[in-house]
Design a protein around this ligand. Structure first.
Ligand code: SAM
Length: 288
């Protein structure tokens, strides 16, 4: 009997996101094909998994795909993983899947984290239809051209972006798409996780300095409902309520009022002074 190729999703930051099934499959297969064996070994060690690893990355994909298909045909089960998230999603894996299909081998996905799904569902932008565009080109001219090509797409646009390019991309996006609603998800599932929602101009301003971490950028599609619920600072009613609710909750959790305001402001993508002004205005309005 030929073996099975399992495509296994792994965490994008928080190790608790490795599914029970992924854990079992990674323990049971003969070999784990990884983008970076050292990184995956750290993950496997964390869970006490002793399975052998082999490298499978963009520079050896072609030869390795043939080699691994040979092992599958010889009856060995193999799992493929990437450094984080779902293999083949802006990561290696496509060639081995194609090669396995051509040889009639069985392929089973073991679903789990993918940064763009996590980012989209928390963005507040329409999720019925979306267009995942992966990474934009690094060169400014090619990047602008691609953004131009996407201008009339009605689905929500989703991009992976490097921290050192997000400022330039947001600036270009604001120039090309106008002031559409957008969201930046940064460091999802990690300690400094944040989702900042607002117009492209607001986000371009917010991310104009040094930015760190891993980023997903989402932009509302052409003709999307402008009143999509977000915490954009243009939303006069929703933002104060959201802010006050969050400050109260943080205070209940034990933070003093200054720390609670600071944290809530950061989470909602506001400057501390702006958050303070909103709270004072809201209190004044209520006492009238
Ligand atoms: N295969 C992965 C997946 O399923 O999401 C994506 C791999 S791609 C090489 C890496 C990019 O994914 C990062 O540059 C960033 O844009 C996005 N990404 C990965 N982890 C993330 C996280 N924790 N928070 C935000 N974006 C993340």
């Amino acid at each position: 009997m030929p073996g099975t190729l399992y495509i296994v999703a792994t965490p994008i930051g928080n190790l608790e996101d490795l599914s029970a099934r992924a854990l079992r499959v990674l323990s049971e297969v003969e070999l784990v094909a990884c983008e970076d064996t050292r990184r995956t070994r750290t993950l496997l060690n964390h869970f006490g998994i002793k399975t052998k690893t082999i490298s499978y990355h963009e520079h050896n994909e072609r030869e390795r795909a043939a080699e691994l298909c040979g092992l599958l045909e010889a009856g060995k089960d193999i799992a493929i993983v990437s450094d984080a998230g779902t293999p083949l999603i802006s990561d290696p894996g496509f060639r081995i899947v194609r090669a396995a299909i051509e040889r009639g081998l069985s392929i089973i996905p073991v679903p789990g984290p993918a940064a763009f799904v996590a980012a989209l569902v928390a963005s507040g932008l329409p999720s019925e239809q979306f267009f995942f565009a992966g990474f934009l080109p690094a060169r400014a001219g090619a990047r602008r051209k691609q953004l131009e090509e996407l201008r009339s797409t009605r689905a929500t646009l989703v991009f992976y972006e490097a921290p050192h390019r997000i400022a330039a991309t947001l600036k270009d996006a604001a120039a090309i798409f106008g002031n559409r609603l957008a969201a930046v998800a940064r460091e999802l599932t990690k300690l400094h996780e944040e989702t900042v929602r607002g117009s492209l101009a607001e986000l371009a301003q917010r991310f104009s300095g040094t930015v760190r971490g891993e980023i997903v950028l989402m932009i509302a599609g052409a003709g999307a409902d402008e009143s999509t619920p977000t915490v954009a600072s243009s939303d006069a009613e929703m933002l104060p309520n959201e802010l006050i609710k969050r400050v109260r909750k943080l205070e209940e959790d034990g933070l003093d009022s200054k720390a609670a305001l600071k944290r809530a402001a950061r989470e909602l993508g506001l400057k501390r002074a702006e958050a303070y002004r909103i709270i004072v205005a809201q209190k004044n309005r209520r006492s009238r």
